[in-house]
Design a protein around this ligand. Structure first.
Ligand SMILES: Cc1cc2nc3c(=O)[nH]c(=O)nc-3n(C[C@H](O)[C@H](O)[C@H](O)COP(=O)(O)O)c2cc1C
Length: 202
């Protein structure tokens, strides 16, 4: 091998090592928790926003399994079915989701100060969490809490929705989020919880 070929080989090997290291070190900024690492024990709230009941059903199951308190986020201006028409490019939900500054108001007083673990559930709207979730995380101190995001959707993954919420919250120990299909089974929910709270899903 001449010196030029050797230099190319060294650069190629170094590049492969650098790319592999970058991939291994990049956890997307999330607090990626090993599967066998349970949540710390603590008082649990299961907070959710749900318009058509799918996320609420799962949130209520999580509350039942963990012994946590179920809390629903209610919009000050309720969404009508026209508002939720995602086929209409001018629908309220479409406009809100497109507007970076939209923060729909919450009508109920929600106090999570007494909880150390907060499950946070929401539907996926246009690939992200509904803007009312942005309102919630910006105005309800999650600092020092373990936050466990989950969502339901027709087909989309959780995408960056949990990252966006974490970034807006300004704190908390955020666990990697979990996506459920709208019709997720109880056993799927229990399986997930059993990895987080050993014994709770027995
Ligand atoms: C306005 C709107 C936008 C939606 N956008 C998506 C989407 O981008 N991807 C997807 O898979 N499902 C989407 N869905 C379907 C919901 O995520 C799904 O039905 C979810 O389970 C609803 O939860 P909920 O019953 O708790 O409100 C959308 C639904 C609505 C109303």
């Amino acid at each position: 091998m001449n010196r030029f070929a050797a230099a190319i080989a060294v650069i190629a090997i170094a590049s492969v090592i650098a790319i592999a290291a970058a991939v291994l070190m990049n956890d997307g900024g999330k607090d990626v928790r090993p599967d066998d690492d349970p949540l710390p024990a603590g008082k649990t709230a299961v907070v959710c926003f749900s318009e058509t009941g799918n996320t609420e059903r799962i949130a209520r199951e999580i509350a039942g399994i963990t012994g946590g308190d179920f809390i629903k986020i209610l919009p000050e201006i309720p969404y009508t079915s026209e508002d939720r028409d995602y086929g209409n490019d001018g629908s309220r939900t479409r406009l809100e989701q497109r507007d970076p500054g939209a923060r729909p108001a919450i009508s109920n007083d929600i106090d999570v100060s007494g909880y150390s673990i907060v499950f946070l559930g929401y539907p996926i709207w246009y690939g992200d969490s509904p803007k009312i979730m942005w309102t919630f995380v910006e105005t309800h101190g999650l600092e020092g809490k373990t936050v466990v995001p989950f969502c339901t959707s027709g087909s989309s993954g959780i995408g960056s929705s949990d990252d966006h919420l974490r970034d807006l919250s300004g704190g908390g120990n955020w666990i990697e989020g979990k996506r459920f299909s709208s019709s997720a089974s109880s056993s799927e929910i229990r399986n997930w919880i059993s990895g987080l709270v050993p014994g709770a899903a027995a």
